[in-house]
Structure formats: C-alpha cells, structure tokens
Design a protein around this ligand. Structure first.
Ligand SMILES: [Zn+2]
Ligand SMILES: [Zn+2]
Length: 235
C-alpha cells in the first residue's frame, strides 16, 4: 500500500519488490495477517540484523497478533541466537481481533479470519486519507459477527482470498470462485460498496486448478478483477 506499508512478508517479498521497483528502504510498516510461511518469512526479517548482512538504520513497525512476534523470535533464536526484536530494529505493535490502531496517517482495524484455528489469522481494514482497503486473505466464509463489524463501512478496494478457484471448497479456511462472489455480494448487502469500489480476487495457487485467463473469464461477468503479481491499483 503506497510505498510505506506492506501487508504480509512472505519468502518472495524481497524478490517481488525488486522486480516491481518497490524500494523497501522506504518501508515503514508491515501488517501481518498470520504466520503461515507464505505470509511471514522470519528469515527475510532476520537479514535486518545490524552488522551481519545489513546496516539498517530505520526502525520497522510490525503490526499483528502476538503469534506473529513469537513466530519471528522462535525462528531467529533457533537460527542465530537473536532473542530481541530490537536487534532487528523491529517495533512490535500488537493488534488483537476487534482492535483499531492508528500509526501516523494510517488506521488499521483487525477482524477475525476464518482460517487455520489457533493461528489467530486476521483480516484488515486499512484506512488512509478517507480511503478504505479491506484485505480479506486468508479466509473462508465469515461468521455473522464479523459481518456486523463491517456493516455500513464504505470500502474503496477489496481483496478476497480465492485459493480454491474452481476446486471444491473443502479445505477449511479458503474461498473459491463462488465463495468470492458470495463474499462480495454480502459486502454489497451491508452497504459497504459504492459505485467505484474495486474488488479483486487473489491468493492463487495450483489448488485453484485455473490459469489467470480462466479466472478472468469466470470473474469478469461479476465485475470482479483477478489480481496478479505487479498489479497496481489507484483508489
Ligand atoms: Zn494461511
Ligand atoms: Zn496463504
């Protein structure tokens, strides 16, 4: 989001940033949904250790549940004897489900995802300059109490988990094509969408059994975009 905020930091984050001309030295914060390895790579963060591979001068805020920080430190402690986030110039910002925090001009609200019981996976509404971005991955269908948190909040951009593609939604905690359309329709019912709200499906893998062009053919009649590496969206 802009060039100062990332959502999640998986093992390909550094490579992707380089490929798409994103200067990670401008990064001020990472908001982490959960500690599955495609969303959080402690190894990449470990490279921030001063005097080792880098000479980091800027502090980086990491925002997420307590599990995020225990996952980072359990890796760095085991791998390199790093027991303190300060050694990585990481400023932890604990965010529990239901909480809202404000870091400078960015507001982050956490909602409970339906994903990987025990992982405390979260969805986020990011708000800056009057624009709201709802990040909804990884998650399956949401329980009713979550929808109530969103009621009436005007969203400008929505990204929805579509891991399962055309495969049956048999894996707990992910959506497929029908699930994404239902999710979007529910947001519309709750008054969260306006005429210019952009909705994208994302988080694709082999599990979805679809190529990009096949996903586009399935989603375009519903007015839903299909995300891809390097996609830039302006709201
Ligand atoms: Zn996950
Ligand atoms: Zn994932």
């Amino acid at each position: 989001m802009d060039h100062d905020t990332m959502v999640d930091f998986g093992p390909d984050a550094v490579r992707q940033a380089r490929d798409h001309n994103i200067d990670l030295t401008q990064l001020e914060r990472i908001v982490v949904t959960h500690n599955h390895p495609d969303h959080l790579s402690p190894l990449e963060l470990q490279f921030r250790r001063n005097g080792w591979f880098s000479h980091v001068s800027r502090e980086l805020a990491v925002i997420g549940s307590r599990r995020i920080f225990s996952a980072i430190l359990s890796f760095t402690a085991e791998d390199s004897g790093i027991y303190d986030l300060a050694d990585l110039k990481i400023r932890p910002w604990y965010l529990q489900t239901g909480d809202t925090i404000t870091d400078r001009d960015l507001t982050v609200t956490a909602l409970e995802a339906n994903h990987a019981p025990g992982k405390e996976a979260q969805l986020f509404v990011l708000e800056r300059g009057g624009k709201r971005f709802f990040v909804a991955n990884d998650t399956g269908k949401l329980p009713e109490r979550n929808w109530e948190q969103l009621r009436g909040q005007k969203l400008d951009l929505v990204a929805i988990d579509c891991t399962m593609g055309t495969a049956p939604e048999q894996i707990i905690g992910h959506l497929g094509i029908e699930g994404v359309i239902d999710f979007r329709d529910k947001l519309r019912q709750l008054g969260c969408l306006h005429d210019n709200t952009l909705v994208y499906a994302n988080h694709f893998s082999h599990n979805g059994l679809c190529l990009h062009r096949e996903l586009e053919a399935l989603f375009s009649p519903h007015g839903i975009g299909v995300a891809f590496d390097g996609l830039t969206v302006t709201v």
